[in-house]
Design a protein. Sequence first.
Length: 294
Amino acid sequence: RFAVSVGYWKDPYIQYFVRQAKERKAPEINRGKWACYYARVHGVSYLIKAFLKKTECNCQIVNLGAGMDTLFWRLKDENLLPRKYFEVDFPMIVARKIHHIKSKPPLSKPIMESHSGDSLLIDSHSLDSSRYSIQGADLRFSSELEEKLKKHNLDVHLPTLLVAECVLVYMTPQQSASLLRWAASTFPVAMFINYEQVNMTDRFGQIMIENLQRRQCNLAGVEVCKSLDSQRERLLLNGWETAHAIDMMKVYSFLPQADVKRIEGLEFLDEKELFEQLMQHYCICWASKDRSNL
């Protein structure tokens, strides 16, 4: 929310979900954090749009652990909505998001505009329209997840994009493996995008873990975040045909350099080492299985 307000990227919808933070941290923390978010938003968005274009939007997206993400609304603005867009998170998070959607016309109107057919279904822990569905479920239980999604017209025969941003790392390796296996075995044509930590066994990674633990935040799946190789391997071992992983410094170097120069001018930073270390400790991974040779 803060990064959007100072101009790192455009998101006209995040203001309806998240209040503006008052605090400002030290510049190197700001710049490192916001530039990492900037690379994450653009990197994940690039892969999502590539999938949508390749399938000509004749596909579905399942956003796992979506939180207050605004992707559905941004895709609608760009005329890039898939056949159906699903979000899943804990029931408590979903209830909060539905409350925001119901009470704020800039959020509810796009859902109504894209809706056709029967009346829209809504209760405290789920909302289902013809193009957008948000469900409360625990990702650690794949059968419950599948049941809820199918109940709201998940089509296993459609090309499917699954997105998980900083989600798998909060599950045990066994739980995330089960989720990845379920996704790979359920959809004949699919892509999985995962954004999370990497290189967590070095000193910088250990400090990150300790800082999170001090805030009562346990990374149950951090052992899979040893390296880019370990990130790729877990995807291949759980049924995916191809897998790639790059750290966020690499992603940053791929982004349009004129825009990178613009965001680097937003907040002064003379010490780049901390920023580069932070970027080397997050990665984007993507995997696919493709029986239709898309």
